[in-house]
Design a protein around this ligand. Structure first.
Ligand code: SAH
Length: 523
């Protein structure tokens, strides 16, 4: 076959190794191509989180493919599909679990592309054998134990006439043997290796869903592993690692020992804000389920602010109590054809350092930053500075917010104009999924980082009465909150708070969760 990689108007198909499961294990080249894909064809071993790298408008095509013959689409159909998409002139990423050329039938897909004259590229991936070994604490080579490794498919039952695997020679010919797709035939494989001279005491590890939060691993020997796997009910996808190196797991095992390994945690912040908490919890080994409960939108009616903007000279102070207040206030200011210079007549006060930093983006420094990061703290600071009696305040803020600040200022003789600039709206649509997750009993922790995450989460949950609420948020689900105000909101709803850090930061929240939920593996 002549494979001319000509520059053509036809599309190009990229066979990209997705890595073993952990979405962090894709190559930079793979990520680069996904970010530019027009079509992504993926199967079940490729972590679907990787699809987030693809542009929102990319066409995503799932082609299934589970072991044991449950193929959502046959290999021939997949080949045909790749050719069809390639012929449309698009950039197609064919995302394949692990490495495309290690038991991945990548070559067969390419042969069809070559026949159709479609250009292609192959990006290697971290194969599941090395990832499973590493994430189970097993170095597949070690100078004291083994100098060779064999990757073998266990799909073909040993002894079958058509088997291409020389099990008799492998038995003593390779130091470490890693078997892909070997669970079904494990009894035959282990017997064949023992019959051909490998010691029945050879250590063996079986690792399922390696490098994902669902990873499970068991160990035994060639003589016992079949029974161990049956007892533990380990089903595919799993890898079998055979050899003396398995012993090193006792010292090196790390992945399953992280403090939150195996824990499933609901994160309720907005998608933009959640990433910091999610990455911290994931580093501790948790699986995060993101249910953003807050979606921030501008208000529909800006009339109060618009009026204030044309008479800014009448105000003594502008009070900005949140990051969103700053960004939506300035957005509107710009929409009205104004910029920071329009604020010259007023002093500006902010609550919190992050809000002050946001203000800095517009070239402005706050005149007042109270020590206590609350609306009450701001009111107290203004009162103490003698800045309230007879003064006028503009307070751009959320449509629904606590009235403490304006009330305290009014009581002290100030005049406050509350100008709503943004609103929190609960995102729609994932109620059923959320309820199913909670009912399944596999959620360990729910995190709340503000009062509105609590109320919006409960609105989203939509329990019909208190009994149903307690059935969904049963005792096994721990509630973690960032600070006392959020804790109070949780308690007002008749729920209990299980975890609360001493300092109100995301890092401290993650640490407090890790401290209270140390997984069994790590005790
Ligand atoms: N090309 C892939 C292998 C595909 S064959 C690679 O390079 O990894 C499918 C087999 O790979 C599964 O039956 C299982 O044995 C193994 N496998 C793939 N991903 C796995 C994972 N995350 N954990 C354990 N085994 C995995």
């Amino acid at each position: 076959m002549n494979n001319k990689q000509a520059v053509s108007k036809k599309g190009k198909v990229y066979l990209v190794g997705a890595g073993p499961g952990d979405p962090g294990l894709i190559t930079l080249r793979g990520k680069f191509l996904l970010e530019r894909a027009e079509v992504v064809v993926y199967d079940y071993l490729a972590n679907s989180k990787l699809l987030n790298h693809a542009p929102a408008e990319a066409e995503l095509v799932y082609v299934g493919k589970k072991g044991g013959g449950l193929h959502a689409m046959s290999q021939e159909e997949i080949n045909r599909l790749l050719v069809e998409h390639g012929l449309t002139g698009k950039r197609v990423v064919r995302l394949k679990g692990g490495d495309p050329f290690i038991f991945g039938r990548g070559a067969e897909e390419i042969e069809e592309l070559v026949k159709a004259g479609i250009a292609f590229e192959v990006v290697p991936g971290v194969t599941s054998a090395t990832a499973a070994a590493t994430y189970a604490g097993i170095p597949i080579t070690h100078r004291d134990y083994t100098a060779s490794v064999a990757f073998v498919t266990g799909h073909e039952a040993p002894g079958k006439e058509e088997s291409n695997v020389a099990w008799d020679k492998l038995a003593t010919g390779a130091g470490t043997i890693v078997v892909y797709m070997g669970i079904k035939n494990l009894p035959v494989i282990t017997k064949k290796l023992i019959d051909n001279g490998r010691s029945p005491d050879t250590p063996v590890a079986v690792v399922r869903w390696a490098s994902t939060p669902q990873q499970r691993s068991v160990v035994g020997t060639l003589a016992t592993i079949t029974e161990v796997v049956a007892q533990a009910k380990i089903a595919p996808p799993a890898l079998v690692i055979i050899g003396e190196v398995v012993k090193l797991r006792e010292t090196i095992d790390w992945y399953e020992h992280r403090p939150l390994f195996g824990k499933r945690i609901i994160v309720t912040r907005t998608r933009e804000q959640a990433s910091e908490l999610v990455s911290k919890l994931e580093e501790y080994g948790a699986e995060c389920l993101e249910y953003p409960t807050i979606h921030i939108e501008p208000v529909e009616d800006f009339s109060v602010l618009d009026q204030a903007l044309v008479e800014l000279g009448r105000y003594d102070w502008i009070l900005l109590t949140s990051l969103n207040a700053v960004s939506y206030f300035f957005k509107r200011l710009h929409e009205k054809g104004l910029d920071s210079r329009a604020l010259a007549p007023c002093k500006i006060a902010v609550v919190g350092k992050a809000t002050g930093d946001e203000l800095g983006k517009y070239g402005l420094c706050a005149d007042l930053l109270p020590e206590k990061f609350t609306g009450e703290g701001l009111a107290e600071a203004l009162i103490a500075a003698g800045e309230v009696p007879g003064k006028r305040f503009l307070l751009p803020r959320a449509l629904k917010a606590m009235e403490t600040l304006p009330e305290m200022l009014e009581d002290a003789g100030g005049a406050v104009t509350v100008a709503p600039v943004y609103q929190n709206v609960p995102p729609q649509g994932r109620k059923d999924e959320l309820r199913t997750e909670l009912r399944s009993g596999t959620v360990d922790v729910i995190t709340f980082t503000s009062s509105s995450t609590v109320t919006n989460f409960l609105t989203m949950l939509d329990a019909k009465d208190e009994a149903e609420l307690h059935e969904l948020l049963h005792d096994k689900v721990k509630i973690a909150v960032i600070g006392p105000v959020t804790a109070e909101t949780v308690r007002k709803q008749g729920l209990k708070v299980d975890i609360q850090p001493e300092r109100y930061t995301i890092d401290d929240l993650a640490d407090a969760i890790a401290a209270q939920c140390r997984s069994k593996a790590s005790v």
